[in-house]
Design a protein around this ligand. Structure first.
Ligand code: NAD
Ligand code: ZN
Length: 256
C-alpha cells in the first residue's frame, strides 16, 4: 500500500526536506484555502481581498482585514499530531529543513527547531509599517483593535500597518527563498504535505527537488499538479499519515 511504501522511503532517507501547507493545520481548526472546506472553496470572492494593493488603498478592506485577524482561529489553535510527527522526524536527526507556507507558527509551537523552520510566507505574529518599515507585534496591534481602533496606524509615522505575511502578488524574501532552495537541493527525499502545490514559487520547489535527484513523496487529501513526479503519493488525513510515515524505524545506513 502507498503508505507502507512511502514509509519505507522515508525510513531509508538520511536527509529529508519537508514542505508543508495549510492542510497540516486544518485539524488544528485553521481552514485551508482550496480544500473541500477551504475559505475560497466556500467563498470565492474572499480571494480578492487578499491582494496587497486593495489592502493598502482601501480603508474598508483594512477594517475588514483587522476584524478577520482579531477573530482568526490561529489565536486559539494548538499543534496537532501531524506537526508533532515532524518534531519526531527532526529528533531522528534526518530533517534537513522544514519549509512551510503556513503563517500560523504551529510547527515552532509543536517543538520544531526554529532554525530549521523556513517560513516562506512569513507569519501572523508581527506587524510592519507599509510606509516607514517599523516593526511591531501583532499582539499590540490587536489590543488596539480590541480597544476600539478599527484600522490601527503605525505608532511611528501614522502609516498603514500590515502583518508580516507575504500577500499575493508580493515577492518572497530573497534570503528566505535562497535558504529554501538550498535545502531543497540538499536532500535525498522531499516530502510535501498538506499543500495543493498551486502557489508559486513554493510549489516549484517540488520540481527543483525532483530535477536534483531527490525522491518526492506527496501526502495530500486531494490530487496535486506534481503527483506524476512523485515516487509515492499518499492520500488521507495528515494526523494519521505523518505519524505513520515517521514512526517507521530509520534504516541502518552503511557509512559513506
Ligand atoms: P491550499 O489551501 O491551497 O491547499 C491545502 C491542501 O491540503 C488541499 O489540497 C487539501 O486537500 C489538503 N488538506 C486539507 N486538510 C488536510 C488534511 N487534514 N490532511 C491531508 N490533506 C489535507 O493550501 P496551501 O497549498 O498551503 O496554499 C495556501 C496559501 O494560503 C499558502 O500560501 C499559505 O500561506 C496560506 N494559508 C495558510 C494557512 C495557515 O497558516 N494555516 C491557512 C490558510 C492559508
Ligand atoms: Zn510607519
Amino acid at each position: 500500500m502507498e503508505l507502507d511504501r512511502a514509509a519505507e522511503l522515508v525510513g531509508a532517507a538520511r536527509r529529508i526536506t519537508v514542505l508543508t501547507g495549510a492542510g497540516i493545520s486544518t485539524d488544528s481548526g485553521i481552514p485551508d484555502f482550496r480544500g473541500p472546506n477551504g475559505i475560497w472553496t466556500r467563498e470565492p470572492a474572499a480571494a480578492q481581498q487578499f491582494t496587497l494593493d486593495a489592502y493598502l488603498n482601501d480603508p474598508e478592506v483594512r477594517r475588514d482585514a483587522w476584524r478577520r485577524r482579531a477573530a482568526h482561529p490561529v489565536w486559539r489553535a494548538e499543534p496537532n499530531e501531524a506537526h508533532r510527527a515532524l518534531v519526531d522526524l527532526e529528533r531522528s536527526g534526518r530533517l534537513r529543513a522544514l519549509l512551510t507556507q503556513n503563517i500560523d507558527r504551529l510547527h515552532q509551537r509543536a517543538g520544531s527547531d526554529p532554525d530549521l523552520v523556513i517560513e516562506l510566507h512569513g507569519n501572523m505574529y508581527g506587524t510592519v509599517c507599509a510606509d516607514c518599515g517599523s516593526p511591531g507585534s501583532m499582539r499590540d496591534a490587536l489590543e488596539r483593535v480590541a480597544a476600539g481602533e478599527e484600522d490601527p496606524e503605525c505608532p511611528v509615522c501614522g502609516g498603514v500597518l500590515r502583518s508580516t505575511t507575504v500577500s499575493f502578488g508580493q515577492p518572497l524574501d530573497d534570503e528566505v527563498l535562497r535558504r529554501a532552495r538550498t535545502a531543497t537541493l540538499d536532500c535525498e527525499l522531499f516530502l510535501a504535505a498538506g499543500t495543493s502545490l498551486s502557489v508559486y514559487p513554493a510549489a516549484g520547489l517540488v520540481g527543483l527537488a525532483a530535477r536534483a535527484g531527490a525522491q518526492v513523496v506527496i501526502c495530500n487529501a486531494e490530487p496535486t499538479p506534481y503527483d506524476d513526479m512523485a515516487a509515492e503519493v499518499v492520500r488521507g488525513a495528515l494526523v494519521e499519515v505523518l505519524p505513520a510515515l515517521v514512526r517507521a524505524p530509520a534504516r541502518e545506513q552503511p557509512p559513506d
